[in-house]
Design a protein around this ligand. Structure first.
Ligand code: 4NP
Length: 156
């Protein structure tokens, strides 16, 4: 079965679009066939493009995310995707809270997949300085690479 991954943060304009972009790059490199998307637990940025700072850091790393648009997680996502991957503990707790009874997707934190970083969060860069987005990019790339390798090896 082709794995399908939904990356989840709060607003779906900073961390999860970057995680989606980083994962797509890793999957392409590894020739891993996968379906990807991202969504937010909040509803403030439905229909919005990624934050300009997220777009800039992605472009600096060779990826154009300007075409992505924010959307909110919905109950059908818990059946449509094989994996829902949250950026932080609040996102994960919210996913557990709204999961429908017939949910089939596996839930995890992105950094759970990185050796030595299980339980760590991808910090929310929204209210911080611009250089916070470089840290976000480094974190989501770490997570995306580890997740892609695990999926390739059928370890999750
Ligand atoms: P994200 O960042 O969850 O990484 O997309 C945020 C974006 C917007 C808000 C909070 C976090 N907000 O409060 O509007």
């Amino acid at each position: 079965m082709v794995p399908s991954i939904l990356f989840v943060c709060l607003g779906n304009i900073c961390r999860s679009p970057l995680a989606e972009a980083a994962f797509r790059e890793e999957a392409r490199r590894l020739k891993l066939d996968a379906v990807t998307d991202s969504a937010g637990t909040g509803n403030w940025h439905i229909g919005s493009p990624p934050d300009p700072r997220a777009q800039a850091v992605a472009l600096n790393n060779g990826v154009d995310i300007s075409g992505l648009r924010g959307r909110q997680v919905k109950p059908a996502d818990f059946r449509r995707f094989t994996h829902l991957v949250a950026m932080d503990h609040d996102n994960l707790a919210n996913l557990r809270r709204i999961a429908p009874p017939d949910a089939t997707a596996k839930l995890s934190l992105l950094l759970d997949h990185v050796e030595g970083r299980a339980g760590q969060a991808v910090a929310d860069p929204y209210y911080g300085e611009d250089d916070g987005f470089d840290v976000t990019w480094a974190d989501v790339t770490d997570g995306a690479r580890a997740l892609a390798v695990k999926l390739l090896r059928h370890k999750i």
